[in-house]
Ligand binder design. Structure first.
Ligand code: ZN
Length: 233
C-alpha cells in the first residue's frame, strides 16, 4: 500500500469510504458507465433507457430480460478492496462505507455499516402492497415477477429518473460531515449526487483513488492514480 495512505489510515479512527463502480470491477462486475462496459454492447434500447423508471412502467418484460441478464451478478465474490474495508471497520478505523454499487459485496465481505445510495439487487418489493422479496424471487421467476396481491415486484434499485432515498442520503451526509478522513475510490464523481455529498466533508484528509482525473482533484490531499484493487493489495 502507498506509504502516505497507510500513514493516513493508521492515524485515523474516523474514516469514511465512498466508492463507485471501480470497486466492483475486480469482482467481474462491469463498470456501467465505462466505454468498454455495458454501454458499448448492443441492445434494442440503450441500457440507460432500459434501466429507467419510465421503461420499467411501460416495458416491464424487456426490463426484466435485460436486468436478469446484465444487472444480476450473483456469482460475484468480494475482492481485496471489499475485504480491506471490512477489516478497517473491524479495527475501529472506518465508520461507514457509502457505495453507488447495488451488488451487496461490501456486506458479503463483512462490512456492517454500508450505505447503498442506489439500493441493492438483493432487496425487492411489491410496488402495490410493499411486501419484501429476496433476489431469488427474481432469478427463479420468468417474465415479470408478480406478488400474490397482483402487484408487480420491482428491485429496490434506484432507476434512472428516480430520486435517491432521503434517509440514505442524509445518513451518508452525516457520516461524511463528521469524518476526518474521506477516501473516495473507483468513481469519477461525475454522477449526481456523489459529488454533492463530498461538499459536506470538513475533515483534514481527502484521498482520491481513481485511474482518471475527477472534478475533486484540486481539493484532494492525496491522489492515487491507480485501480482501487491495487491500492488495497
Ligand atoms: Zn403485493
Amino acid at each position: 500500500m502507498d506509504k502516505k495512505l497507510q500513514e493516513i489510515i493508521e492515524n485515523s479512527k474516523n474514516i469514511v469510504f465512498f466508492g463507485g463502480a471501480g470497486v466492483s470491477t475486480e469482482s467481474g462486475i462491469p463498470d456501467f458507465r465505462s466505454v468498454d462496459g455495458l454501454y458499448s454492447q448492443k441492445y434494442k434500447y440503450p441500457p440507460e433507457e432500459m434501466l429507467s423508471h419510465e421503461f420499467f412502467l411501460t416495458h416491464a418484460e424487456e426490463f426484466y430480460d435485460f436486468y436478469r441478464n446484465k444487472m444480476l451478478h450473483l456469482d460475484a465474490k468480494p475482492n481485496k478492496s471489499h475485504f480491506a474495508l471490512a477489516e478497517l471497520e473491524q479495527a475501529g478505523r472506518l465508520r461507514a462505507v457509502i457505495t453507488q454499487n447495488v451488488d451487496g459485496l461490501h456486506q458479503a465481505a463483512g462490512s456492517r455499516t454500508v450505505l447503498e445510495l442506489h439500493g441493492s439487487v438483493h432487496r425487492n418489493y411489491c410496488g402495490k402492497c410493499h411486501r419484501q422479496y429476496g433476489v431469488e424471487t427474481i432469478t427463479e421467476s420468468a417474465g415479470v415477477p408478480k406478488c400474490g396481491c397482483g402487484g408487480t415486484i420491482r428491485p429496490d434499485v434506484v432507476l434512472y429518473g428516480e430520486s435517491l432515498d432521503n434517509d440514505v442520503l442524509s445518513s451518508s451526509a452525516g457520516y461524511v460531515s463528521k469524518a476526518d478522513v474521506l477516501i473516495i475510490g473507483g468513481t469519477s464523481l461525475a454522477v449526481y449526487p456523489a459529488a454533492g455529498l463530498i461538499r459536506y466533508f470538513k475533515g483534514s484528509k481527502l484521498v482520491l483513488i481513481n485511474k482518471t482525473a475527477t472534478p475533486m482533484d484540486e481539493r484532494a490531499g492525496l491522489i492515487l492514480r491507480q485501480n482501487i484493487g491495487d491500492t488495497f493489495s
